[in-house]
Design a protein around this ligand. Structure first.
Ligand SMILES: [Zn+2]
Length: 334
């Protein structure tokens, strides 16, 4: 089988469960070492680009933000060959100037979640990936430019604060977040962005404002009805942006996202527990050959093709060492 062509991953948030306009579509299930993703991945082509779409909350919107298996979602995208991840996310606005139906391409995140597993690492292998600039500048630039081609108002840059949810904020919380200077508020981009960095994927968010959260004194406090109504309008805008941005994303990547793990693993390779080393093969193989010594820079960057793409539905990712009957105990969905 030929090498997996670099693919553009799209994670659809609330309201975006299918992506029209794709050809050669198939829904592909992936089992990961971290359990099951939110749903099967919709793999297809948009023009001459390969696209992998995942409905973040599953088709039918079945999974709450706290229940999301973020590690499985990102791992599955990486496993299927994604190099970029466009995160489509409904948000509340925390600034007067960001009106409902406006688009924001954040360049920073604040993680205010409380009970989410936020790393692939652990169990004997430690890595510290830099998060100072959590968004891929190249992907964000492309996304911002495409957004500006639509009729929507676009705000480039800004801080997305991610709360645990699933409840919206109290008024006191909303006011305090505002005093911190954040721009938009949502429930899903953390730890998604952290995990994308660990997986060396370019990550950028298209945030679509549905409401003013609850801080605004003259706008009615956020109601589910108002959110859903704006959500539907935003979904149409998001699809418009995707149609414009996907054709301009192309390999090779020249940003630093593709080599973020190069110097991030701090554990001595000779001390890698074999089971953890095997589990993290998708991330570690480019830098550490099985057995211990670091691979010279630039060698073996592309994982071997054998077994890279499942030939049939439900095929297990090659690094999955655990039988399905013994799921990772920290996986939120289990
Ligand atoms: Zn990048």
């Amino acid at each position: 089988m030929k090498a997996a062509e670099a693919a553009i991953g799209v994670i659809g948030g609330s309201g975006l469960y299918e992506l029209e306009g794709l050809s050669d579509v198939r829904w592909q299930k992936v089992q990961t070492p971290f359990g099951a993703p939110s749903d099967a991945y919709c793999v297809g082509r948009f023009g001459d680009r390969r696209v992998i779409f995942l409905p973040r909350h599953g088709r039918g919107h079945r999974v709450t933000p706290s229940e999301l298996n973020f590690r499985a979602n990102i791992w599955g995208l990486k496993f299927l060959g994604a190099q970029w991840v466009i995160s489509i996310s409904a948000v509340g606005s925390m600034k007067e100037a960001i009106r409902p139906l406006d688009l924001v391409v954040p360049d920073q995140f604040f993680d205010a979640t409380r009970r989410r597993v936020s790393s692939f690492f652990g169990d004997g292998i430690v890595a510290h990936v830099g998060m100072a600039e959590p968004v891929c500048p190249d992907l964000a630039a492309a996304l911002g430019k495409a957004a500006q081609e639509t009729s929507a108002t676009v705000h480039r840059g800004g801080t997305y604060i991610c709360i645990e949810g699933p409840q919206f904020s109290t008024r006191a919380e909303s006011r305090i977040y505002r005093s911190w200077g954040v721009d938009v508020i949502g429930m899903t981009n953390m730890p998604e962005a952290k995990l994308a960095r660990e997986a060396e994927l370019c990550y950028a968010t298209l945030a679509l404002a549905t409401d003013y959260d609850v801080w605004h004194e003259t706008h009615a406090a956020v109601s589910v009805e108002a959110v859903v109504q704006n959500l539907l309008r935003n979904v149409a805008t998001a699809k418009d942006v995707l149609r414009r941005v996907i054709p301009v994303i192309a390999a090779p990547r020249t940003c630093e996202c593709s080599s973020l793990l190069k110097n991030a693993v701090i554990t001595n390779p000779n001390a890698f527990p074999p089971a953890t080393r095997k589990k993290l093969g998708l991330l570690l193989d480019p830098y550490f050959p099985r057995g211990g010594t670091r691979v010279p820079r630039g060698r073996n960057r592309v994982p071997r093709q054998r077994n890279r793409i499942p030939r049939e539905r439900s095929r297990r990712a090659p690094a999955a060492g655990h039988p399905r009957s013994k799921p990772d105990s920290r996986t939120p969905l289990q």
